[in-house]
Design a protein. Sequence first.
Lengths: 328, 401, 290
Amino acid sequence: MEYLGLLNYALFMAIFIGIYALLALGLNIQWGFAGLFNAGIAGFFAVGAYTSAILTTEHADGRIGGFDMPFFVGWIGAMLAAALVAWPIGKICLRFRSDYLAIASIGIAEIIRLVVKSEPVLTNGARGISGIPRPAAEFPSLAQESAYMASQAAYLAIVIVVLIAAYLLVERQFNAPWGRMMRAIRDNEGAAKAMGKDVEFRRLQAFIFGSALMGLGGALFAHFNRSITPEAIDPMVATFLVWIMLILGGSGNNRGAILGAAVVWIIWSMSEIATDRLPTEYAIQAKYIRLFLIGLMLQLVLRFRPEGLLPEPLRGDRRATRSGADHT
Amino acid sequence: MKTKILALAASLMTATALASVPAKADVKIGLLGGISGPIAAMAPAMIDAAQLAFQQVNEQGGIGDGEKLVGVVGDSACNPQNGTDAATKAVNIEGVIGVVGPHCSGAVLAAAGSVTIPAGITMITPSGTSPEISTLDDKGTVFRTVPSDDYQGRALARTLKEQGYEKVAVAYLNNDYGTGLANAFKAEFVDELSGEITQFAAHEEGKASYRSNLAELAKGGADTLVIFDYGDGTGLTILRQALENGFFDKFVGGDGMKSEAVINELGAENLATFVSSSPVGEQSESLDIFNEAFKGIGGDPDAIFATTSYDAAFLLALAVEKAGGKKEDVAAAMAEVSNGEGEAIRPGEWKKAKELIAAGTAIDYKGAAGDHNFDEKGDVPGTYALWEVGANGFEVLTEMK
Amino acid sequence: MDFLELINFYVIPGIVLGSIYALGAVGITLIFAILRYAHLAHGDLATLGAFIALAVVTGLGISPLLALPIAIIATAAVAVGIDKVFYEHLRERPKIVTVMASLGIALMIRAVVQVVWGVDTETYSRGIVRPENYFGLRIRDREILTVIAMFALVGGLQLFLTRSKWGKAMRAMSDNPNLALLSGIDNKKVVMLTWVIAGGLCAASGVFLGLNTELKSLMGWQMLLPMFAAAILGGVGRIEGAVLGGLIVGIAEELSVLVIPSEYKAAMAFAILLFMLLVRPTGLLKGKVL
């Protein structure tokens, strides 16, 4: 029984890692390729999750919806919606320099969160949308225990398929002339402009693609839980955690993004188990201590391995070496 | 560095493996709550109240064959990401037989949808008030000891009308608790009872000043402000600033506002015109018993949702006992131990309940926060009273229907 | 609604709130200017300052105002300590790394506050304080104190920056760190001084927020984004700009309730920020564009 439990836990973690890996991949396109400091991931996550929810649920009074589409239509819709929202935001904000873009994007994510919370006609307001269909959830022929595991495994399979597809797509672009050009723009904008590259447009492209992936991650999350509520649009778990994953895994590196998602989520989740070893009187303080340890761990990683676990491969790129770390 | 990370991962894995070896014959129940995050101030009392229930169980014969009942605390941080994570760990690593919590409706919906419903684990939430919880496709495994917002909002509207409040302004916190209560209140007060709501405004939590909000609310000339917020948080700020600046003469709060913090920080002398609704057992004897017991372990019985948490935990323990410790039977047992028929069991009467269950007699739990007679959706109707601030804290003013 | 009501219920609270924001924004703008990154732990540092003052108030039984200098010194020391232990080692790295680190520090400080002081809402003194009536203006004494203290502290800072040797060194480092090094300025000391000032101002911001409302473990974090908005609004690196920005953000937040639904009040700071960045990224008083 214990092993079954561990396996279920592992499956669950893998699903979350997959979803976060998608978010980190999206962020990598924006930051790693194009040098855009997007701190509003939570906003695009929300747009994707809610769009998919609205498209795939049944009719509810007082709210738009009732389309009752199959889940993959919802997921495609999520990507489109996130991209559509990213477009005007990008047009307005991408000219800002990095720290300013960060704060502007946090602001936009906050505004999206407030709109989601306060407009019941669109999103059912603070109640959120539930009853979202989940693919491969029911296995009526199996016993309860096995059905639980099977449905998680099935969802994981779907997430992996989506992740691999996204990864291959992004890797291909990375190695293509488009990717090289993006990094050229990131590293030396002046030179790129002098070469006649339309910097604004390329940046916008990267921003939109990245946001679409983030929307997809949101949709996958919403369908896994069968509900989406505004509390999910929390800056800590939906934005900053993804940033930590990318920095830790190695920005500019797609595999690094996925690895970072895995390592950080495992540490995030398992740290609670570790701190729960404290005696029960401290059960509640243990949760605060856990967050302290996570902050501390972040410091240590950043100090000793700031380029991340998988530094960006040298392909005519100086960014990694600028940090002063050794490279072979 | 890679080796360091591998070592860290390996040690965490070992810790997990060690964690998953249960102590001899312990029965575990998950206590999931928003310990970090926006409701951090409210969670500890709720967890403590649940632990009180388990403590009483263990003192009075334990569960099943005298096994120890252990509450395993998990942090949902009041968001679905952490909520599902905590639920998964509780169910799969700790092997809990049931879950009390999570506290926030968003976490409840997510944890139920992705963990407890597929795994067939019974969940009973003491503070998830969203109507969405009623409509979950849960195969009868999700319960709550707190009524849906609809109920309390409407009951409060009726009681206020009875008490003579005709014209009010409503300020509500912009989350599912506040909006749910406010909308239900408005529907009943205005549409059904022809009362007048002059201003109806939401606010976000955590801002430093709500004076401009209050000024807006005061336009329209109502003399009463109804606040649907938490007395441990923003509700306190609003009440304070309203009192200090002379907005409104009378104040009404939902159950979130009935908190010791309000009396402690603002002073009973300033709260003469403040009333608040809060759940109370129909035989308020149950509530008294709980209050004594909770005070005995150093808790504040007025803490928000302490009563519902205690009831949820005690009910789950009763259900586990009745189900003979079998996970899959707990949900059905839950419906049976509190359906209005059977020998009355009050808070703390574990020994009596154990004997009755062993003898096969039906029992009916009468909780500190109400009778909790579950309907087919796992919801409870709830009984409320309107409380005012007296010399020794809150006192009942009148029952609410 | 008459003019006096407008002043009393919208403008005055806005000015008080704005002063609290300004105290934090000045620190943020200094760190932006001299260390060149966004310090995400600024809000939680303010929380720490407020709670340290609480400890002094409950321990020694003195008023929060008297506890303020102690809190300032303690928080300044903590800020310098954090820099020495954590940020210093990251100076050669890209700035994003330090920003991430400051996020981790924010978590750590908040956890310490929660473990040491718990998560209940606290205040410096029980009971309510009704405002006095000064010619029709309704102001509480502590509010006047907040605004005066803000101007005093920032004014003192400004004097320091313009008149004293170290102040000039700081301004030199803000303009051109390499040249500053060349002319013999000790960067390390300047950085330490920056943290002393930032930490101290954080403490003041936290204490006044606690004095005017309540103390909660998330109080600083919730102020973080308006403080950043204020700093950028005023122009990065400009102290007067941060003060102006803080006041504008505070007043705008309160006035916004007149035009937009009250649940969007929190978005006001961001809306202002976005608008400024679009229209005039150097800020109102022409600061630097990072």
